[in-house]
Design a protein around this ligand. Structure first.
Ligand code: ADP
Ligand code: MG
Length: 516
Protein backbone atom coordinates (compact mmCIF):
# COMPACT_ATOMS: atom_id res chain seq x y z
CA UNK A 1 0.00 0.00 0.00
CA UNK A 2 1.36 3.36 -0.99
CA UNK A 3 0.88 6.58 0.92
CA UNK A 4 0.97 9.41 0.01
CA UNK A 5 -0.27 8.54 -3.47
CA UNK A 6 2.13 9.35 -6.32
CA UNK A 7 1.69 12.97 -7.38
CA UNK A 8 2.94 14.51 -10.61
CA UNK A 9 5.17 17.59 -10.22
CA UNK A 10 2.42 19.87 -11.45
CA UNK A 11 -0.11 18.33 -9.03
CA UNK A 12 2.34 18.88 -6.18
CA UNK A 13 2.88 22.49 -7.22
CA UNK A 14 -0.85 23.01 -7.29
CA UNK A 15 -1.24 21.44 -3.83
CA UNK A 16 1.49 23.66 -2.37
CA UNK A 17 -0.10 26.73 -3.92
CA UNK A 18 -3.54 25.79 -2.51
CA UNK A 19 -2.02 25.26 0.93
CA UNK A 20 -0.28 28.65 0.98
CA UNK A 21 -3.53 30.42 0.06
CA UNK A 22 -5.51 28.44 2.62
CA UNK A 23 -3.02 29.17 5.38
CA UNK A 24 -2.80 32.89 4.62
CA UNK A 25 -6.58 33.22 4.47
CA UNK A 26 -7.24 31.29 7.70
CA UNK A 27 -4.50 32.70 9.93
CA UNK A 28 -2.42 29.51 9.93
CA UNK A 29 0.60 31.76 10.38
CA UNK A 30 3.57 32.77 12.50
CA UNK A 31 4.24 36.45 13.13
CA UNK A 32 7.77 37.54 12.22
CA UNK A 33 8.24 39.77 15.25
CA UNK A 34 11.53 41.20 13.98
CA UNK A 35 9.65 42.81 11.09
CA UNK A 36 7.13 44.48 13.40
CA UNK A 37 7.07 48.15 12.37
CA UNK A 38 4.78 51.05 13.21
CA UNK A 39 2.22 50.26 10.55
CA UNK A 40 2.89 46.74 9.29
CA UNK A 41 4.31 43.33 10.10
CA UNK A 42 5.20 40.22 8.08
CA UNK A 43 4.03 36.67 8.72
CA UNK A 44 4.63 33.29 7.12
CA UNK A 45 2.55 30.11 6.93
CA UNK A 46 3.30 27.78 9.83
CA UNK A 47 5.02 24.50 8.88
CA UNK A 48 2.33 22.04 7.76
CA UNK A 49 2.08 18.54 6.32
CA UNK A 50 0.74 18.42 2.79
CA UNK A 51 -1.47 15.49 3.70
CA UNK A 52 -2.72 13.98 6.94
CA UNK A 53 -0.25 11.38 8.29
CA UNK A 54 -1.41 7.79 8.79
CA UNK A 55 -2.15 6.87 12.40
CA UNK A 56 -3.79 3.76 13.91
CA UNK A 57 -7.47 4.51 14.64
CA UNK A 58 -7.62 2.21 17.66
CA UNK A 59 -4.72 3.95 19.42
CA UNK A 60 -6.12 7.40 18.59
CA UNK A 61 -9.38 6.39 20.26
CA UNK A 62 -7.49 4.89 23.20
CA UNK A 63 -5.70 8.21 23.77
CA UNK A 64 -8.94 10.20 23.63
CA UNK A 65 -10.64 7.69 25.91
CA UNK A 66 -7.95 8.03 28.58
CA UNK A 67 -8.09 11.80 28.78
CA UNK A 68 -10.83 12.06 31.43
CA UNK A 69 -8.84 9.74 33.69
CA UNK A 70 -5.73 11.83 33.12
CA UNK A 71 -7.74 14.98 33.91
CA UNK A 72 -8.90 13.49 37.20
CA UNK A 73 -5.41 12.22 38.03
CA UNK A 74 -3.74 15.59 37.51
CA UNK A 75 -6.53 17.49 39.31
CA UNK A 76 -5.95 15.14 42.28
CA UNK A 77 -2.18 15.58 42.15
CA UNK A 78 -2.58 19.37 42.01
CA UNK A 79 -4.53 19.26 45.26
CA UNK A 80 -2.10 16.95 47.05
CA UNK A 81 0.28 19.55 48.40
CA UNK A 82 2.17 17.14 50.64
CA UNK A 83 2.95 14.62 47.90
CA UNK A 84 3.88 17.35 45.42
CA UNK A 85 6.17 19.06 47.90
CA UNK A 86 7.94 15.82 48.68
CA UNK A 87 8.30 14.98 44.97
CA UNK A 88 9.70 18.36 43.94
CA UNK A 89 11.72 19.42 46.97
CA UNK A 90 15.06 19.19 45.11
CA UNK A 91 14.07 21.22 42.04
CA UNK A 92 15.33 24.82 41.86
CA UNK A 93 12.58 26.17 39.57
CA UNK A 94 9.93 24.37 41.64
CA UNK A 95 11.35 26.14 44.73
CA UNK A 96 10.83 29.51 43.03
CA UNK A 97 7.25 28.64 42.24
CA UNK A 98 6.64 27.08 45.63
CA UNK A 99 7.58 30.36 47.30
CA UNK A 100 4.70 31.97 45.41
CA UNK A 101 2.06 29.35 46.14
CA UNK A 102 -0.71 30.48 48.45
CA UNK A 103 -3.56 28.28 49.47
CA UNK A 104 -6.46 30.56 48.71
CA UNK A 105 -8.79 29.15 46.16
CA UNK A 106 -10.87 26.03 46.02
CA UNK A 107 -11.62 25.93 42.29
CA UNK A 108 -9.15 24.88 39.63
CA UNK A 109 -9.32 24.99 35.85
CA UNK A 110 -7.08 22.66 33.89
CA UNK A 111 -6.45 23.08 30.18
CA UNK A 112 -4.21 20.05 29.81
CA UNK A 113 -2.47 18.30 26.94
CA UNK A 114 -1.24 14.73 27.18
CA UNK A 115 1.37 14.01 24.49
CA UNK A 116 1.92 10.57 22.99
CA UNK A 117 4.13 8.87 20.46
CA UNK A 118 3.71 5.42 19.01
CA UNK A 119 6.15 2.86 20.32
CA UNK A 120 6.98 -0.18 18.21
CA UNK A 121 8.18 -3.19 20.14
CA UNK A 122 10.27 -5.96 18.54
CA UNK A 123 7.21 -8.24 18.30
CA UNK A 124 5.77 -5.82 15.77
CA UNK A 125 3.07 -4.41 18.06
CA UNK A 126 2.50 -0.68 18.25
CA UNK A 127 1.55 0.94 21.54
CA UNK A 128 0.73 4.39 22.75
CA UNK A 129 3.39 5.87 25.06
CA UNK A 130 3.13 9.19 26.85
CA UNK A 131 5.89 11.70 26.14
CA UNK A 132 4.81 14.23 28.74
CA UNK A 133 1.78 15.80 30.40
CA UNK A 134 1.38 19.57 30.02
CA UNK A 135 -0.60 21.66 32.48
CA UNK A 136 0.46 25.22 31.60
CA UNK A 137 0.16 27.20 28.39
CA UNK A 138 -0.80 24.17 26.28
CA UNK A 139 -0.21 25.46 22.79
CA UNK A 140 -0.69 24.19 19.26
CA UNK A 141 -4.38 23.39 19.55
CA UNK A 142 -5.57 26.21 17.32
CA UNK A 143 -2.85 25.59 14.71
CA UNK A 144 -3.71 21.90 14.62
CA UNK A 145 -7.40 22.71 14.33
CA UNK A 146 -6.67 24.81 11.27
CA UNK A 147 -4.38 22.29 9.58
CA UNK A 148 -6.93 19.57 10.22
CA UNK A 149 -9.66 21.75 8.65
CA UNK A 150 -7.30 22.40 5.74
CA UNK A 151 -6.66 18.69 5.15
CA UNK A 152 -10.39 18.05 5.14
CA UNK A 153 -10.87 20.88 2.64
CA UNK A 154 -8.12 19.59 0.33
CA UNK A 155 -9.64 16.11 0.54
CA UNK A 156 -13.09 17.34 -0.54
CA UNK A 157 -11.45 19.32 -3.36
CA UNK A 158 -10.12 16.00 -4.66
CA UNK A 159 -6.51 17.09 -4.34
CA UNK A 160 -5.41 13.88 -2.62
CA UNK A 161 -6.33 11.60 -5.49
CA UNK A 162 -3.29 10.07 -7.20
CA UNK A 163 -2.30 11.61 -10.52
CA UNK A 164 -2.45 8.23 -12.32
CA UNK A 165 -5.38 6.10 -11.26
CA UNK A 166 -3.65 3.10 -12.84
CA UNK A 167 -0.45 3.49 -10.75
CA UNK A 168 1.44 0.16 -10.25
CA UNK A 169 1.09 -0.01 -6.43
CA UNK A 170 -2.37 0.53 -4.99
CA UNK A 171 -2.43 3.64 -2.85
CA UNK A 172 -4.62 4.49 0.12
CA UNK A 173 -7.44 6.75 -0.94
CA UNK A 174 -8.10 9.04 1.99
CA UNK A 175 -11.79 9.85 2.40
CA UNK A 176 -13.52 12.29 4.77
CA UNK A 177 -14.19 9.42 7.21
CA UNK A 178 -10.43 8.97 7.78
CA UNK A 179 -10.06 12.59 8.92
CA UNK A 180 -11.60 13.32 12.34
CA UNK A 181 -12.39 16.98 13.03
CA UNK A 182 -10.76 18.60 16.08
CA UNK A 183 -12.67 21.14 18.17
CA UNK A 184 -9.89 22.67 20.20
CA UNK A 185 -11.05 26.26 20.02
CA UNK A 186 -14.60 25.58 21.20
CA UNK A 187 -13.37 23.18 23.90
CA UNK A 188 -10.85 25.61 25.37
CA UNK A 189 -13.45 28.38 25.23
CA UNK A 190 -16.00 26.20 27.02
CA UNK A 191 -13.55 25.64 29.88
CA UNK A 192 -12.80 29.33 30.26
CA UNK A 193 -16.51 30.24 30.05
CA UNK A 194 -17.44 27.61 32.69
CA UNK A 195 -14.82 28.97 35.08
CA UNK A 196 -15.93 32.55 34.36
CA UNK A 197 -19.57 31.65 35.13
CA UNK A 198 -18.58 29.76 38.25
CA UNK A 199 -16.84 32.89 39.55
CA UNK A 200 -20.11 34.81 39.21
CA UNK A 201 -20.66 38.57 39.48
CA UNK A 202 -18.04 41.00 40.81
CA UNK A 203 -17.53 40.85 44.56
CA UNK A 204 -15.77 44.16 44.92
CA UNK A 205 -17.88 47.35 44.98
CA UNK A 206 -15.05 48.93 42.96
CA UNK A 207 -15.95 46.89 39.84
CA UNK A 208 -19.12 46.66 37.79
CA UNK A 209 -18.20 43.73 35.59
CA UNK A 210 -15.87 40.75 35.42
CA UNK A 211 -13.29 39.88 32.78
CA UNK A 212 -10.82 37.17 31.79
CA UNK A 213 -7.12 38.01 31.81
CA UNK A 214 -4.60 36.29 29.50
CA UNK A 215 -1.04 36.46 30.82
CA UNK A 216 1.19 36.47 27.74
CA UNK A 217 4.82 36.67 26.68
CA UNK A 218 6.19 39.86 25.08
CA UNK A 219 7.17 39.80 21.38
CA UNK A 220 4.91 36.85 20.74
CA UNK A 221 5.34 35.21 17.33
CA UNK A 222 2.62 32.63 18.04
CA UNK A 223 -0.37 34.97 18.36
CA UNK A 224 -2.32 32.94 15.78
CA UNK A 225 -2.52 30.15 18.41
CA UNK A 226 -3.78 32.53 21.12
CA UNK A 227 -5.78 35.37 19.59
CA UNK A 228 -8.68 33.24 18.28
CA UNK A 229 -9.45 32.27 21.92
CA UNK A 230 -9.49 35.90 22.99
CA UNK A 231 -11.73 36.95 20.05
CA UNK A 232 -14.14 34.06 20.63
CA UNK A 233 -14.57 35.10 24.29
CA UNK A 234 -15.44 38.65 23.20
CA UNK A 235 -17.99 37.09 20.80
CA UNK A 236 -19.62 35.60 23.92
CA UNK A 237 -19.65 39.08 25.51
CA UNK A 238 -16.88 38.21 27.98
CA UNK A 239 -14.38 41.08 28.18
CA UNK A 240 -10.92 39.55 27.70
CA UNK A 241 -7.58 41.30 27.93
CA UNK A 242 -3.97 40.32 27.25
CA UNK A 243 -1.38 41.47 29.77
CA UNK A 244 2.32 40.77 29.48
CA UNK A 245 4.19 39.11 32.31
CA UNK A 246 5.39 41.05 34.19
CA UNK A 247 5.74 44.86 34.51
CA UNK A 248 2.33 45.25 32.85
CA UNK A 249 0.70 42.89 35.36
CA UNK A 250 2.06 44.95 38.24
CA UNK A 251 1.05 48.26 36.63
CA UNK A 252 -2.41 47.24 35.41
CA UNK A 253 -3.75 45.08 38.23
CA UNK A 254 -4.36 45.52 41.94
CA UNK A 255 -5.58 43.33 44.79
CA UNK A 256 -8.34 44.45 47.12
CA UNK A 257 -8.05 43.62 50.85
CA UNK A 258 -10.53 40.79 50.21
CA UNK A 259 -8.34 39.46 47.36
CA UNK A 260 -10.41 40.43 44.36
CA UNK A 261 -8.06 40.98 41.43
CA UNK A 262 -8.87 44.26 39.69
CA UNK A 263 -7.77 45.01 36.16
CA UNK A 264 -7.30 48.63 35.11
CA UNK A 265 -7.18 48.68 31.28
CA UNK A 266 -4.59 51.22 30.16
CA UNK A 267 -6.73 52.23 27.19
CA UNK A 268 -9.64 53.41 29.34
CA UNK A 269 -10.04 56.92 30.78
CA UNK A 270 -8.57 57.08 34.28
CA UNK A 271 -11.97 57.67 35.88
CA UNK A 272 -13.58 54.52 34.42
CA UNK A 273 -14.15 51.63 36.81
CA UNK A 274 -11.72 48.72 36.84
CA UNK A 275 -12.93 45.21 35.94
CA UNK A 276 -12.77 42.29 38.37
CA UNK A 277 -10.84 39.30 37.05
CA UNK A 278 -12.75 36.02 37.09
CA UNK A 279 -10.14 33.81 35.38
CA UNK A 280 -6.40 34.18 34.82
CA UNK A 281 -5.26 32.12 31.80
CA UNK A 282 -1.49 31.69 31.51
CA UNK A 283 0.21 31.58 28.12
CA UNK A 284 3.43 32.75 29.80
CA UNK A 285 5.33 32.07 33.00
CA UNK A 286 6.31 28.47 32.21
CA UNK A 287 10.02 29.09 31.49
CA UNK A 288 12.47 29.35 34.39
CA UNK A 289 14.19 32.34 32.69
CA UNK A 290 10.99 34.36 32.97
CA UNK A 291 11.57 34.45 36.75
CA UNK A 292 15.34 34.94 36.77
CA UNK A 293 17.60 37.64 35.34
CA UNK A 294 16.50 41.23 34.81
CA UNK A 295 12.78 41.61 35.48
CA UNK A 296 12.62 38.21 37.18
CA UNK A 297 11.75 39.78 40.53
CA UNK A 298 8.82 41.60 38.93
CA UNK A 299 7.63 38.35 37.37
CA UNK A 300 7.71 36.61 40.75
CA UNK A 301 5.80 39.48 42.34
CA UNK A 302 3.30 39.50 39.47
CA UNK A 303 2.76 35.74 39.69
CA UNK A 304 2.32 35.99 43.46
CA UNK A 305 -0.31 38.71 43.08
CA UNK A 306 -2.26 36.64 40.57
CA UNK A 307 -1.95 33.49 42.68
CA UNK A 308 -3.05 35.27 45.84
CA UNK A 309 -6.23 36.55 44.19
CA UNK A 310 -9.59 34.79 44.29
CA UNK A 311 -9.69 34.58 40.47
CA UNK A 312 -9.67 31.03 39.06
CA UNK A 313 -6.14 30.39 37.84
CA UNK A 314 -5.46 28.25 34.79
CA UNK A 315 -3.22 26.86 36.11
CA UNK A 316 -2.72 27.51 39.82
CA UNK A 317 0.88 27.21 41.02
CA UNK A 318 0.24 23.68 42.30
CA UNK A 319 -1.33 22.62 39.02
CA UNK A 320 1.59 24.21 37.17
CA UNK A 321 4.01 22.18 39.31
CA UNK A 322 2.36 18.94 38.24
CA UNK A 323 3.75 19.44 34.73
CA UNK A 324 7.32 18.89 35.98
CA UNK A 325 8.87 15.77 34.43
CA UNK A 326 9.81 14.73 37.96
CA UNK A 327 6.08 14.37 38.74
CA UNK A 328 5.54 12.20 35.64
CA UNK A 329 8.42 9.99 36.77
CA UNK A 330 7.16 9.83 40.38
CA UNK A 331 3.66 8.84 39.21
CA UNK A 332 5.23 5.90 37.37
CA UNK A 333 6.77 4.46 40.56
CA UNK A 334 5.03 1.27 41.77
CA UNK A 335 1.87 1.92 43.78
CA UNK A 336 1.77 5.69 43.33
CA UNK A 337 -1.15 5.91 40.89
CA UNK A 338 -3.28 4.11 43.47
CA UNK A 339 -2.88 7.11 45.77
CA UNK A 340 -4.86 9.18 43.26
CA UNK A 341 -7.12 6.73 41.38
CA UNK A 342 -9.37 4.21 43.11
CA UNK A 343 -10.38 2.17 40.04
CA UNK A 344 -7.89 -0.51 39.08
CA UNK A 345 -8.92 -0.37 35.41
CA UNK A 346 -8.11 3.35 35.41
CA UNK A 347 -4.74 2.65 37.02
CA UNK A 348 -3.95 0.00 34.42
CA UNK A 349 -5.12 2.22 31.54
CA UNK A 350 -2.83 5.04 32.62
CA UNK A 351 0.13 2.84 33.60
CA UNK A 352 0.09 1.18 30.16
CA UNK A 353 0.93 4.54 28.58
CA UNK A 354 4.03 5.07 30.73
CA UNK A 355 7.45 4.57 29.21
CA UNK A 356 10.21 3.37 31.60
CA UNK A 357 10.91 6.32 33.87
CA UNK A 358 13.68 6.62 36.46
CA UNK A 359 14.74 9.29 38.94
CA UNK A 360 18.40 10.33 38.73
CA UNK A 361 18.83 10.76 42.49
CA UNK A 362 20.65 8.59 45.04
CA UNK A 363 17.69 6.22 45.62
CA UNK A 364 17.97 2.58 44.50
CA UNK A 365 16.06 3.31 41.28
CA UNK A 366 18.17 6.42 40.79
CA UNK A 367 21.45 4.49 41.14
CA UNK A 368 20.20 1.98 38.57
CA UNK A 369 19.36 4.86 36.22
CA UNK A 370 22.78 6.46 36.72
CA UNK A 371 24.40 3.20 35.67
CA UNK A 372 22.29 3.03 32.50
CA UNK A 373 22.89 6.68 31.71
CA UNK A 374 26.67 6.48 32.11
CA UNK A 375 26.98 3.37 29.95
CA UNK A 376 27.79 4.21 26.31
CA UNK A 377 25.68 1.38 24.93
CA UNK A 378 22.77 1.26 27.39
CA UNK A 379 22.28 5.03 27.23
CA UNK A 380 21.38 4.72 23.54
CA UNK A 381 17.89 3.61 24.56
CA UNK A 382 17.21 6.62 26.81
CA UNK A 383 16.47 10.33 26.93
CA UNK A 384 17.69 12.50 29.82
CA UNK A 385 15.14 15.20 30.64
CA UNK A 386 15.20 18.22 32.95
CA UNK A 387 11.93 19.61 34.35
CA UNK A 388 11.87 22.41 31.80
CA UNK A 389 9.23 23.33 29.22
CA UNK A 390 9.30 24.57 25.67
CA UNK A 391 11.46 22.07 23.78
CA UNK A 392 15.19 21.86 23.17
CA UNK A 393 16.28 20.85 26.70
CA UNK A 394 16.55 17.06 26.37
CA UNK A 395 19.75 15.03 25.97
CA UNK A 396 19.44 11.99 23.75
CA UNK A 397 21.08 8.56 23.73
CA UNK A 398 24.80 8.58 23.08
CA UNK A 399 25.18 12.21 24.23
CA UNK A 400 24.04 11.37 27.78
CA UNK A 401 27.32 9.97 29.28
CA UNK A 402 29.41 12.93 28.08
CA UNK A 403 26.75 15.37 29.27
CA UNK A 404 26.71 13.83 32.75
CA UNK A 405 30.50 13.74 32.86
CA UNK A 406 30.59 17.53 32.70
CA UNK A 407 27.58 18.10 34.99
CA UNK A 408 28.29 18.20 38.77
CA UNK A 409 26.80 15.10 40.37
CA UNK A 410 24.71 17.12 42.85
CA UNK A 411 22.74 18.46 39.87
CA UNK A 412 21.89 15.05 38.39
CA UNK A 413 18.75 14.67 40.50
CA UNK A 414 17.19 17.58 38.58
CA UNK A 415 16.83 15.22 35.62
CA UNK A 416 14.81 12.12 34.94
CA UNK A 417 15.81 9.24 32.67
CA UNK A 418 13.16 8.02 30.24
CA UNK A 419 13.29 5.13 27.79
CA UNK A 420 13.44 6.33 24.22
CA UNK A 421 10.15 5.85 22.40
CA UNK A 422 10.96 4.37 19.02
CA UNK A 423 8.16 5.19 16.61
CA UNK A 424 7.48 3.23 13.46
CA UNK A 425 7.85 5.46 10.42
CA UNK A 426 5.44 6.16 7.58
CA UNK A 427 5.90 8.47 4.61
CA UNK A 428 4.65 11.98 4.16
CA UNK A 429 5.42 15.40 2.70
CA UNK A 430 6.23 18.31 5.04
CA UNK A 431 6.29 21.96 4.03
CA UNK A 432 7.96 24.71 6.02
CA UNK A 433 10.13 27.77 5.33
CA UNK A 434 13.09 25.32 5.34
CA UNK A 435 11.66 23.67 2.20
CA UNK A 436 9.69 20.63 1.13
CA UNK A 437 10.57 17.30 2.77
CA UNK A 438 9.47 14.01 1.29
CA UNK A 439 10.40 10.94 3.32
CA UNK A 440 9.94 8.93 6.51
CA UNK A 441 8.15 10.74 9.33
CA UNK A 442 6.96 10.23 12.89
CA UNK A 443 4.04 11.93 14.59
CA UNK A 444 3.09 13.09 18.08
CA UNK A 445 -0.51 13.19 19.26
CA UNK A 446 -1.44 15.65 22.02
CA UNK A 447 -4.89 15.10 23.50
CA UNK A 448 -6.44 18.18 25.11
CA UNK A 449 -8.40 17.85 28.32
CA UNK A 450 -10.43 20.69 29.78
CA UNK A 451 -11.58 20.16 33.32
CA UNK A 452 -12.96 22.32 36.14
CA UNK A 453 -12.74 21.04 39.70
CA UNK A 454 -13.30 22.01 43.30
CA UNK A 455 -11.18 20.86 46.24
CA UNK A 456 -13.36 18.59 48.33
CA UNK A 457 -11.61 17.51 51.51
CA UNK A 458 -12.89 13.95 51.09
CA UNK A 459 -10.35 11.15 51.05
CA UNK A 460 -11.34 9.63 47.60
CA UNK A 461 -10.86 12.38 45.83
CA UNK A 462 -9.31 15.46 47.05
CA UNK A 463 -11.34 16.95 44.22
CA UNK A 464 -14.87 17.08 42.91
CA UNK A 465 -14.95 17.41 39.13
CA UNK A 466 -17.47 20.13 38.26
CA UNK A 467 -17.18 20.05 34.48
CA UNK A 468 -15.14 17.81 32.22
CA UNK A 469 -15.58 18.19 28.48
CA UNK A 470 -15.61 15.11 26.30
CA UNK A 471 -12.13 14.97 24.82
CA UNK A 472 -12.64 15.74 21.17
CA UNK A 473 -9.66 17.85 20.43
CA UNK A 474 -6.00 17.28 19.95
CA UNK A 475 -2.85 18.62 18.44
CA UNK A 476 -0.97 16.51 15.95
CA UNK A 477 2.59 17.22 14.88
CA UNK A 478 4.86 15.38 12.49
CA UNK A 479 8.61 15.56 11.97
CA UNK A 480 11.14 13.90 9.73
CA UNK A 481 12.16 10.58 11.26
CA UNK A 482 15.76 11.63 11.88
CA UNK A 483 14.92 14.47 14.28
CA UNK A 484 14.89 13.93 18.05
CA UNK A 485 13.11 17.10 19.18
CA UNK A 486 9.69 18.47 18.35
CA UNK A 487 8.60 22.09 18.32
CA UNK A 488 6.94 23.43 15.19
CA UNK A 489 7.41 27.06 16.13
CA UNK A 490 11.13 26.38 16.68
CA UNK A 491 11.37 24.66 13.27
CA UNK A 492 11.55 20.97 14.34
CA UNK A 493 8.31 19.71 12.81
CA UNK A 494 5.02 20.55 11.15
CA UNK A 495 1.40 20.79 12.22
CA UNK A 496 -0.62 17.96 10.88
CA UNK A 497 -3.74 15.86 11.37
CA UNK A 498 -4.12 12.09 11.65
CA UNK A 499 -5.51 9.96 8.80
CA UNK A 500 -7.04 7.16 10.86
CA UNK A 501 -6.56 3.65 9.49
CA UNK A 502 -6.74 0.12 10.85
CA UNK A 503 -3.66 -1.23 12.61
CA UNK A 504 -2.79 -3.70 9.87
CA UNK A 505 -2.97 -1.02 7.17
CA UNK A 506 -0.77 1.22 9.30
CA UNK A 507 1.76 -1.54 9.89
CA UNK A 508 1.80 -2.48 6.19
CA UNK A 509 2.58 1.14 5.32
CA UNK A 510 5.34 1.23 7.98
CA UNK A 511 6.94 -1.86 6.44
CA UNK A 512 6.76 -0.28 2.97
CA UNK A 513 8.28 2.94 4.30
CA UNK A 514 11.18 0.95 5.81
CA UNK A 515 11.85 -0.89 2.53
CA UNK A 516 11.92 2.22 0.35
P1 ADP B 1 9.17 19.80 26.41
O1 ADP B 1 8.59 20.19 27.72
O2 ADP B 1 10.45 20.47 26.11
O3 ADP B 1 8.17 19.86 25.29
P2 ADP B 1 9.12 16.91 25.93
O4 ADP B 1 9.12 15.86 26.96
O5 ADP B 1 7.84 17.09 25.20
O6 ADP B 1 9.58 18.27 26.62
O7 ADP B 1 10.28 16.63 24.90
C1 ADP B 1 10.42 17.39 23.71
C2 ADP B 1 10.41 16.46 22.52
O8 ADP B 1 11.47 15.49 22.64
C3 ADP B 1 9.14 15.64 22.37
O9 ADP B 1 8.12 16.35 21.71
C4 ADP B 1 9.65 14.44 21.57
O10 ADP B 1 9.76 14.76 20.20
C5 ADP B 1 11.05 14.24 22.11
N1 ADP B 1 11.04 13.25 23.21
C6 ADP B 1 10.83 13.49 24.51
N2 ADP B 1 10.85 12.35 25.24
C7 ADP B 1 11.08 11.35 24.37
C8 ADP B 1 11.21 9.92 24.49
N3 ADP B 1 11.14 9.31 25.68
N4 ADP B 1 11.46 9.21 23.37
C9 ADP B 1 11.55 9.81 22.16
N5 ADP B 1 11.43 11.15 21.97
C10 ADP B 1 11.20 11.92 23.06
MG1 MG C 1 6.62 18.68 24.80
Amino acid sequence: MEYPPPFSDSHLENLVSEIKDWQITHGSLLKLVNTDQDNTVLTHPVGACLLATLFPKELFEQALGLQKVYNKLYAQVAEDEEWLYDTLKDDEFAKTLWGIHEEVKKEGLGIFRSDYMLDANPAGQVKLKQVEFNTISCAGGIHSNLVSDMHRHLQRRGLYLPAELSAPTPSINISASHLPPSHTLSTIISGLVSAHKLYGPPKSPAAEQTCILFIVQPRNFNIADERPIDYALWDQNIPTFRVELSPAVLAQTSLTPTRELLYHPPSRPVAALPLEVSVVYFRAGFEAEEYSGPGGGDAREARARLELSRAVKCPSILSHLTTFKKVQQALAMPGVLQRFLSSSSEVVGIANTFARLYPMDASTAGLEARKLAMDGEASMGYVLKPSLEGGGHNIYGSSIPAFLACTPEEKWSRYILMSKIVSPTVHNLLMSPQGLYNGPVISELGVFGVCLWRRSGEAEGRVEIIADREPCCWSFKTKSAGVDEMSVVKGYGCFDSPALVDNDVFMACCRDAEKS
